[in-house]
Write a protein that binds this ligand. Structure first.
Ligand code: PMP
Length: 391
């Protein structure tokens, strides 16, 4: 057939190498396809072949339908990277960390047996924050907990006021890549460490919080496998999360667990060597950030979040930033809708409102494919150079 018909919508020509100039650069989603080249290099070693009779059962060898071998490898991974202490934690698997968000909220909410309305847990986060926490809490609409909004709207940032807070802390944060801490003294905190890996941030020390969420989506890039895990210190909270998982999906797909195990084995075998996934991912994202920052530095119309070089215990050196997202601010007074400003210039971003922030901000994803990033960069370059011509 005619290969031209097979091109992605933004490309044309015999070998699809001709980029169409009227095509928008889509930097909206956090789809981590920048890791695809790593897996192309490791194609054979990471492949899984499953015979029809294999892993048919509901059962797995660990409690709660988890593979003990996978659990062991997750602990090894945290140990090798030094980003979390797992010694005192139970592990719960979820269909992505998406499933674990509400499982954790449920587990920290008052028990049904003891429930009275004054003990309803108030679920909060500090803007700008990842919108899923709010969306899920509102959608599942449980009587045990209630979405209570941005912490900056609270009068009393102390749980001793009698309120029962469940606070989400995303560190590094989505959208701005900053390392974050809990702001409500005495609250129950769910640390979402989706991006606490050397790809995206310096690792200062191993995290050791009571509840920590992780996802393979942002480590290996296999977002479609839907695999995440929680590290949980408290036995009762752990048991409640497990109960949630059992009632909800009866655990995570055994096929997915098998595939993730294979991927982790490849990652672990390469740690500290030439094929280190963390080295590859850091270098890729650091270059992207450097290129984008360089272009934006000559703009007075747009600015980016400020991120500093930090010492990283994984690389044993001070390293420059490599965030997953650029958090863009439109600086001109009249340009209050930054997402619209970029859309006008053929750039699709995620508006500040999606993170409960001002519409003067918008988020650009830096973790999609190389083509996606190159297109984004070229659109930003022409936007910024037009600014110089017109001013
Ligand atoms: N937490 C944060 C902060 C995220 O950015 C994402 C994905 N964008 C998730 C959780 C969910 O990831 P997944 O369900 O793929 O594990």
């Amino acid at each position: 057939g005619n290969p031209t018909c097979e091109c992605n919508t933004c490309y044309a020509g015999k070998d699809c190498s001709l980029l169409l100039s009227n095509c928008a650069a889509d930097a909206n989603s956090g789809d981590p396809l920048f890791l695809e080249p790593y897996w192309r290099r490791n194609a054979a070693g990471s492949a899984v072949l499953v015979a029809g009779w294999h892993r048919m059962s509901y059962e797995a060898n660990g409690d709660n339908y988890i593979s003990l071998e996978l659990e062991r490898h997750l602990r090894l991974l945290h140990y090798a990277v030094g980003n979390a202490i797992t010694r005192d934690h139970f592990i719960v698997f979820g269909a992505g960390s998406t499933q674990l968000v509400n499982a954790a909220v449920h587990a920290l909410s008052p028990d049904d047996v003891n429930f009275n309305e004054s003990s309803t847990a108030l679920v909060v986060a500090t803007a700008p924050f990842y919108r899923l926490y709010k969306q899920q809490t509102k959608f599942f609409d449980s009587r045990e907990n209630l979405w209570d909004g941005d912490t900056s709207n609270l009068d009393n940032l102390n749980a001793s006021s009698g309120a029962n807070f469940i606070e989400f802390v995303t560190s590094p944060n989505n959208p701005d890549g900053k390392l974050k801490q809990s702001v409500i003294g005495g609250s129950s905190v769910i640390y979402d460490h989706a991006y606490y890996w050397p790809h995206y941030t310096a690792i200062a020390n191993p995290a050791d919080e009571d509840i920590m969420l992780f996802t393979v989506s942002k480590i290996s890039g296999h977002a479609g496998s839907r695999f995440g895990w929680a590290l949980v210190k408290d036995r009762k909270v752990y048991k409640k999360m497990v109960q949630y998982l059992l009632l909800n999906t009866f655990g995570v797909s055994r096929d997915t667990q098998l595939r993730i195990l294979k991927l982790l084995k490849v990652i672990l075998a390469e740690v500290g060597r030439e094929g280190d996934i963390f080295k590859f991912s850091y270098e890729t994202l650091n270059k992207r950030w450097a290129k984008l920052s360089n272009v934006i530095s000559s703009s007075s119309r747009f600015s980016l979040q400020k991120l500093s070089p930090l010492y990283c215990t994984y690389f044993h050196k001070i390293r420059d930033p490599s965030p997953a997202y650029a958090w863009v601010k439109c600086e001109r007074l009249e340009e209050t809708d930054c997402e619209a400003v970029l859309r006008e210039a053929g750039i699709i971003s995620r508006a500040g409102e999606a993170f409960e922030a001002e519409s003067r901000y918008t988020r650009l994803s830096l973790i999609k494919t190389k083509d996606d990033f190159d297109q984004l960069l070229s659109k930003i370059e022409s936007l910024v150079s037009n600014e110089r011509v017109s001013s």
